[in-house]
Design a binder for this molecule. Structure first.
Ligand SMILES: [Ca+2]
Ligand SMILES: [Ca+2]
Ligand SMILES: [Ca+2]
Length: 327
């Protein structure tokens, strides 16, 4: 596993060095997005695959959770679906993870006492969190990476985290709606080769904190886009509500919009005052009633007063950063 990890990192570094940051002369799409005037960087077509999958399912089936890189028309290199710490980050404890054979029927079958506690403040309150993400999350408390999701794409799983912290504290979560067609924001689904898929995250914490529209959500990767004119921006919002969310069998030339992630976005002192409020989604919109990783613990999710949240477009926005300050 360690050798693979090193290899993946080496491949990424090599590719970034090799492609550099200078615009290339031979990109056929270099002029096709010239009418786009927003703040995003635009790519078109599939990314170069750098890892076929980050995850192998021991029991059952999973989609390939690959990673790739793609250059925009100005030569900047983007990692898709998102840079992440899956390989090296601290893994969350599993509430439900079918690939590992962890399939409790409810919380009473979960050994909560054995979950390791991340220490942010040694004299802080011990807090337990329950998280379900479509598809992948990374949780930061006061800027420290406390846990990463154990399954990047599918099958759907759910997680349990514990940390010790003093109030006030900040929660920052990176969420990724993973993709099969790297750089295109699509997966084979519902009868289409290129279906846009959707995201969604819900969480509750034992101190009463729950996901809702008081959280902030900013998008950093939107795809697929078939007509760049559908992208709009307003007061910090990166909007795609007039973009098509239909599946297609011809999605190879789709555009994608990328925004650079601020290096310190997860820090407690990060100024997110221009980030939009999160958008709430219902359980039906996310489609969870056939997912045991969610339904077996529904009392820890909607039953605890939490709501599914994402940016304004749960279908096309594939990398979203969430923030919330606990007072
Ligand atoms: Ca997951
Ligand atoms: Ca999507
Ligand atoms: Ca998804």
């Amino acid at each position: 596993m360690r050798a693979n990890t090193t290899l993946v990192i080496a491949l990424f570094s090599l590719a970034i060095v090799a492609t550099g940051c200078t615009p290339s002369q031979d990109m056929p799409w270099a002029t096709s997005d010239s009418h786009y005037t927003g703040t995003a960087r635009i790519t078109q077509g599939p990314a170069q695959t750098m890892a076929n999958t980050l995850f192998e399912c021991k029991n059952g089936r999973s989609r390939m959770a690959g990673m790739g890189i793609i250059k925009d028309s100005e030569g900047y290199v983007w990692t898709v679906p998102a840079t992440n710490n899956f390989v090296s980050g601290p893994k969350a404890a599993d509430l439900y993870e079918g690939c590992a054979g962890i399939t409790p029927k409810n919380l009473t079958e979960v050994d909560e006492a054995s979950v390791p506690v991340a220490i942010i403040d040694s004299d802080g309150e011990e807090i337990t969190g329950y998280i379900f993400a479509d598809n992948y999350f990374e949780l930061y408390i006061n800027g420290s990476l406390v846990a990463v999701d154990t399954v990047p794409f599918t099958p759907f799983n759910s997680s349990l985290v514990k940390f010790k912290v003093n109030t006030p504290y900040s929660i920052a979560i990176k969420v990724v709606d993973w993709e099969e067609h790297l750089g295109l924001g699509t997966e084979n689904n519902r009868g289409n080769d290129y279906h846009p898929g959707d995201g969604g995250l819900i969480a509750s914490f034992s101190d009463g904190t729950v996901t809702n529209s008081d959280w902030q959500a900013q998008t950093f990767y939107t795809a697929p886009i078939y007509d760049l004119a559908c992208l709009q921006e307003n007061l910090g919002q990166r909007l795609s509500e007039s973009c098509s969310i239909e599946g297609t069998d011809q999605g190879q030339n789709a555009y994608a919009a990328h925004w650079e992630t601020p290096e310190n976005w997860m820090e407690q002192e990060f100024d997110s005052s221009d980030w939009p409020q999160a958008t709430r989604y219902t359980e039906d919109e996310i489609g969870v009633n056939n997912k045991k990783a969610y339904m077996n613990f529904i009392e820890q999710f909607s039953g605890a007063g939490a709501h599914f949240i994402w940016s304004t477009n749960v279908v096309l926005d594939n990398e979203v950063l969430l923030r919330y300050d606990v007072k």
